[in-house]
Structure formats: structure tokens, C-alpha cells
Design a protein around this ligand. Structure first.
Ligand code: 3PG
Length: 325
């Protein structure tokens, strides 16, 4: 009788522990996968930012360089689909219709950030862009009617205050550069919210979703780029940049375009797995690596008070993530 009881108890323990162990392992595997995505995304982004700024310093045509980044990514994906390296997504009219507002937001956010970086230091653009969580809360509150606990609103104080302090103490402040980063924040928050909604329950993977987004954004952006800058300015500027930099200028343009696509592709693969909030926070953490590396590489002069502003804004993002969690 006693023996039986012991046996039953063991059987019951074994039944319960197996699924828990499997769950813990799959959770750990998921975390590892997201960790790898994040590390790759940040590294690719640092490289993109460096080449992007090198190109813009020599060739200040942000509308064209933005278009080239999208064109390069679109071409890479069309080749991947044609050669079956990547599975061609199955899409319908409804898919493209839902994607359209996302593509408009992506196009605006991309051009605005590039225009910003053509006017100010990379680090300054990214300090202002670290205020993205504040835009996320304001958009969710006023456009989507979501409400948040007071701690979330309070966490916006250091984010907004830190960005403001960094802006007023920036040595090479430029209004177009500042506004570009602000517009980019607003547009990318909308893009991330709409993207997550558009990706939910769809058979299109994060990678293919971003590829379709690139193609549509390219179609939207091209006529505007031609209207704002145009082939004549591009050709004259190209000759000048080539004569000043030499043939490696072409490689810089290729690198900024390829790395732009790669980092965005990986970031969308992450977005596929996480919430827009976690994405926003991960994106702000990414900016720390971009800010530090670009200051070192471009010898950007930074005043201590300016660095303090950036640090407060980034600390605010941590507080925000805690408050949201
Ligand atoms: C762009 O050109 O799209 C921006 O540099 C992207 O900024 P992100 O760091 O928000 O992706």
C-alpha cells in the first residue's frame, strides 16, 4: 500500500516537471535568439551610421542617399526571392493596403533622420532620437486614447528634460537637424505601432515584411527625391565627391546602403518576436553604442553638460521601461 503511494507520487512529479523544464528551455532559447538579434542589429547600425555620415559629409544629398538605401535593400530582396535564397512572400491587395500607411511613416522617418544627420553630428541626431519613448506615450495617449499609470508620465520628465538639455548645449546646433530627428521620432513611433498590427497573424515573416516595406517606400520616396534635389545636383555633387575622396567614395555609398537594409531587416526580425515597447527600449539602448562610437570616430566635440543631458535622457528610458513593465 505504502509502495504504491510512493510510486504514484513520483509519476505525478515526473508528469508535472517535464513541461515546465521544456518551457524554461524554450524561454531561454527565445531570450538567446532575441539577444543575438539585438547585438547584430546594434552592430550593423553602428556601421551604417558611420558610412552614412562619411557619405553625407562628402555628398550632402540626403534625399538621394535615403532613396539609394531603400533601392539597395529592395534589389537585395528581389534577388533573394528570385534565387530562392529567401522564400517569396504570399501577399494580396489587402496586405499592400495595410502596408501603405506603414510605408509612408517609414519613408518620412527615414528621410527626416537622414536630413538631420546631414546637418548635425550623428551623436546629436541620436540623442534627440533617444526621446522616441516619449513620442510613443504621447502618440498612444492622444491618437490611440491609451492611458498609462502616473509613473510612466513621470519617466518622460528625464527623457524630455535630458534631450532638451542636450539640445540647448549642443555646440553645432542646427534647427533643421533638430527638427529632422523630432519628425523621425514621431514617424517611427507610428510606423512601429502600425507594423506590429500589420504583422500580427500574417504569414509574412519579419524579414519579408521589411522587404515589402522597402519596396513600397522606394516607390513613395523616388518622385519626392527627384523633386527636392534632382539629377542635375546629384551628378555635379557626385563628380565633386569622387574627385575629393577618390574611388572609395562609391564603396562608402554601397556600404551605407547595404548596412541600412541589413540593420533594418534584423530589427524587423526582432519586432516579429517582441512588443513595440521592448523594441523602442532596445532601439534607445542601440543609440548608446552609436553615440559613443560616432563621437570617437568623428572626433565630435562634446561639452560635459551636453553629455549629462544625453545620459539623463537615456536613464529616463530605463525608468520608462520599468514603469511600463
Ligand atoms: C534612417 O535613416 O532611417 C535612420 O538613421 C534610422 O534611424 P533609427 O536608428 O531610428 O533606425
Amino acid at each position: 500500500m505504502r509502495k504504491k503511494t510512493v510510486f504514484e507520487c513520483k509519476a505525478c512529479e515526473a508528469d508535472k516537471s517535464q513541461p515546465i523544464e521544456v518551457e524554461v528551455k524554450s524561454e531561454a532559447a527565445k531570450r538567446l535568439k532575441i539577444g543575438i538579434y539585438f547585438a547584430t542589429w546594434w552592430a550593423l547600425n553602428v556601421v551604417f551610421n558611420i558610412y552614412n555620415k562619411k557619405v553625407l559629409n562628402a555628398y550632402p544629398y540626403p534625399w538621394l542617399t535615403s532613396t539609394l538605401s531603400l533601392a539597395c535593400g529592395s534589389l537585395m530582396m528581389l534577388i533573394s526571392w528570385a534565387t530562392r535564397i529567401a522564400e517569396t512572400p504570399k501577399t494580396d491587395f489587402e496586405f499592400w493596403k495595410t502596408l501603405f500607411p506603414v510605408a509612408v511613416a517609414h519613408t518620412i522617418g527615414h528621410v527626416a533622420a537622414t536630413v538631420s544627420m546631414s546637418k548635425v553630428a550623428v551623436s546629436f541626431t541620436h540623442i534627440i532620437k533617444s526621446g522616441e519613448p516619449a513620442f510613443s506615450v504621447l502618440v498612444s495617449r492622444f491618437l490611440l486614447g491609451e492611458t498609462f499609470p502616473p509613473s510612466v508620465y513621470l519617466s518622460l520628465v528625464p527623457i524630455i528634460g535630458g534631450c532638451a538639455l542636450a539640445a540647448v548645449t549642443e555646440l553645432n546646433f542646427n534647427m533643421t537637424g533638430f527638427m529632422g530627428a523630432m519628425i523621425s521620432n514621431f514617424a517611427f513611433v507610428l510606423r512601429n505601432i502600425f507594423s506590429k498590427k500589420g504583422m500580427k497573424g500574417k504569414s509574412v515573416s519579419g524579414m519579408n515584411y521589411y522587404a515589402c516595406l522597402s519596396l513600397l517606400s522606394l516607390l513613395i520616396l523616388t518622385p519626392f527625391a527627384v523633386a527636392v534635389e534632382g539629377p542635375q545636383m546629384w551628378a555635379a555633387g557626385w563628380q565633386k565627391a569622387l574627385s575629393e575622396i577618390g574611388p572609395q567614395f562609391v564603396w562608402w555609398v554601397a556600404a551605407q546602403s547595404i548596412f541600412y537594409h541589413l540593420y533594418n531587416q534584423v530589427s524587423y526580425m526582432s519586432l516579429d518576436e517582441i512588443s513595440p515597447l521592448t523594441f523602442s527600449v532596445g532601439n534607445t539602448m542601440k543609440r548608446i553604442s552609436v553615440i559613443v562610437s560616432s563621437i570617437i570616430i568623428f572626433h565630435t566635440p562634446v561639452q560635459p553638460i551636453n553629455a549629462l543631458g544625453a545620459a539623463i535622457a537615456i536613464l529616463g528610458t530605463f525608468l520608462y521601461s520599468q514603469a511600463k513593465a
